[in-house]
Design a protein around this ligand. Structure first.
Ligand SMILES: [Zn+2]
Length: 473
């Protein structure tokens, strides 16, 4: 379905880093599993007077690594800033974040097609590191505050408004989740609120020959990839409908900020706020600038193979795109794939076995290699051997003997096949005549008849070969 307008949207993706401790103190960073509220707190994350922050080096390493993976650059000196606002989940009255000199500038996310070619690119504006706020719970007319999450390291990736569809934005969000997991810097579990996005949406269209570009709506705290897609679809349509109906979107200049209501899967207009807040940013006086190159051990800054490199490598080796994604998302399965491929088995075959045959991952490499050789030669049928594979892992004897015992090994008996061909040809003279006249469908029918007669004494590929020779004689 084509829309009467063009979507222009950008994401700000927030991810909590899974470091052992919080961003500026030694409190445990595990708000989700804390046994009770306000358990992992100290004078620093409570914002008590006189407490001084100390930056978490591991968190800084992780954000710089993420920037490297996205092709961004880090300034020689990164700085922290204070952002002031008053909210009960932020006892200090300000958040330590980065504004002037974030850890990463630039970079890009490339979305690949099924052949491994770049389908679209979304630019990264910058990536900064900040501390998360606490959490409020509203019940029985009261508001309760839990500061276990206050001070948890939070990465914010600010992307350029390069997405032109809701589906593309959804993929970008998923791609970011995959990347941070792949780098081992965050678990990014959306259910636990470890990853969320603010989505900026605007639409562009032509009306009475004039180009219309609506002001932006920012939808805050969208907490799943599905919700990202849904928020963009519904808000873009709402902007269009409101414009047609002559609503305030025609005259408003500033961006509005609204909430995302997960229960109704819609934008919460009651929360609409217009205009930019004045956060009175100032350089954080309690923290010196961070020298990004000098303070980190270079050996810890080496990137692993990135998701897109992995994709290209295996797509080129003939692994289906769907399976490549399956392996990418499952480190254990990916480990098995690498082990077998490293042992010399064709990637396409390994992927097919691992994805479809339970028990494959536990096989010794040489066993899988022998099985693949059999199925390729037609001497073992994949579907026939499949249920027996789990018991093969513990078997130490000779594979062919094992296969023979279970009647899984097809052995080609040329004489028996020739006999069967004579019989089949004699009972199907019309089919033989048509096949000789070049009808491939009937040649296939004859092969099927011969296979039926010979059972396990004929290997399909060889039977086909013999039938073709018989048809030519
Ligand atoms: Zn603390």
């Amino acid at each position: 379905m084509s829309l009467p307008y063009e979507i222009v949207c950008g994401l700000e993706v927030h991810v909590e880093l899974s470091t052992a401790t919080k961003m500026f103190c030694r409190c445990i960073n595990d708000p989700f599993h804390a046994a009770e509220a306000n358990l992992h707190v100290c004078p620093v994350c409570l914002g008590l007077p006189g407490a001084l922050p100390v930056p978490n080096q591991e968190a800084m390493r992780r954000v710089i690594l993420l920037g490297k993976a996205l092709g961004g650059t880090s300034p020689e000196l990164a700085r922290f800033d204070r952002k002031h606002y008053t909210y009960p989940d932020l006892p200090k009255g300000y958040q330590i974040t980065q504004m002037q000199a974030p850890f990463v500038n630039g970079g890009r996310i490339e979305l690949l097609d099924a052949q491994g070619e770049v389908e679209s690119t979304v630019r990264v504006h910058h990536i900064h590191l900040e501390e998360d706020a606490g959490k409020l719970q509203h019940r029985d007319g009261k508001s309760l505050v839990d500061l276990n999450r206050a001070g948890v390291p939070l990465v914010e990736m600010v992307l350029e408004p390069d997405c032109s569809s809701a589906a593309q934005a959804r993929r970008v969000f998923q791609e970011m989740q995959q990347l941070v997991r792949h780098l081992g810097i965050a678990t990014a579990d959306m259910e636990k609120g470890e990853m969320r996005a603010d989505v900026n949406i605007s639409i562009r269209f032509t009306h009475d020959g004039e180009e219309v570009w609506t002001p932006v709506t920012e939808v805050k705290n969208v907490n799943s990839s599905r919700a990202v897609e849904r928020a963009i679809e519904t808000e873009a349509q709402r902007l269009y409908d409101e414009w047609l109906a002559g609503g305030s979107v025609r005259t408003r200049k500033a961006k509005i900020t609204v909430g995302w209501d997960e229960d109704s899967q819609s934008v919460n207009m009651q929360r609409a706020k217009e205009g930019a807040a004045d956060y009175r940013y100032l350089p954080e006086p309690d923290l010196p600038p961070v020298r990004t190159s000098g303070e980190l051990d270079p050996s810890l800054m080496v990137l692993p193979e990135l998701p897109n490199e992995f994709r290209r490598r295996f797509l080129k080796d003939g692994v289906e795109s769907k399976l490549v994604e399956l392996f990418l998302g499952d480190p254990e399965l990916r480990g098995s794939l690498e082990r077998f491929v490293g042992g010399g088995i064709a990637a396409g075959e390994v992927a097919k076995w691992l994805a479809n045959v339970p028990g494959t991952a536990a096989l010794p490499t040489e066993t899988l290699a022998a099985l693949v050789a059999h199925t390729s030669a037609g001497t073992v049928s994949l579907s026939a051997v499949k249920p027996f594979v789990p018991e093969l892992a513990a078997y130490t004897g000779e594979l062919d003997a094992w296969l023979r015992e279970r009647h899984l090994l097809l052995e080609h008996d040329t004489l028996a096949v020739a006999q069967a061909i004579t019989e089949v040809f004699a009972t199907n003279p019309d089919a033989v005549a048509s096949a000789r006249a070049g009808e491939a469908r009937l040649a296939g029918f004859l092969v099927g008849q011969v296979l039926k007669r010979v059972g396990k004494a004929g290997i399909p590929a060889k039977v086909q070969e013999q039938v073709r020779e018989a048809l030519q004689s």
